[in-house]
Design a protein around this ligand. Structure first.
Ligand SMILES: [Zn+2]
Length: 161
């Protein structure tokens, strides 16, 4: 017997929410100059500690930033977060402020911070987290920053061990 219009539309109107904890990640890129230098120490100490990375004439990195949101998908949208929204947040909070900048000299939220990869992931978390507090189904889980394809640091927030 052919299905009636009403039974087809009733079936089309139902969704099956998926239960499970998921991580979703957005990657962005930026290029920045920096040097590793502790101004409270001598040049000799800095050179011994950092080698070429303390070159006073700076050097650059093609940074890759990956930001992960964790949670259970919204049963209505299937999203933890709209990745377009996450892209806009990362561009506003990080990329627009750091891209083609000198991280030691030109980025107000990094003032006084030695721009090691380790320190940058903590500073970036602090910039990104306030933009994600409104999420109902996800929360900021990890900020990962690649300084080179082989070196990266990860931060899981102030409450993680
Ligand atoms: Zn470097």
């Amino acid at each position: 017997m052919p299905k009636t219009r009403s039974s087809r539309s009733a079936r089309a109107a139902s969704v099956r929410p998926q239960k499970g904890t998921v991580c979703i990640t957005r990657q962005v890129h930026f290029n920045s100059a920096h040097r590793l230098y502790n101004p409270t120490k001598s040049l000799k100490w800095n050179q011994a500690q950092y080698g070429l990375c303390t070159n006073p004439h700076w050097h650059g990195h093609n940074y890759v930033l990956e930001v992960t949101v964790k949670g259970q998908p919204d049963p209505v949208t299937g999203y933890l977060i709209d990745l377009g929204e996450l892209k806009r947040i990362l561009n506003t909070a990080i990329v627009d402020k750091c891209d083609h900048r000198n991280l030691n000299e030109e980025v107000p939220f990094l003032a006084g911070i030695i721009p090691s990869t380790e320190n940058l992931v903590i500073a970036f978390w602090e910039q990104i987290a306030p933009h994600l507090q409104h999420l109902k189904h996800g929360r900021l889980h990890c900020v990962r920053l690649y300084e080179t394809p082989r070196n990266y640091a990860e931060y899981y927030g102030p409450d993680a061990d």
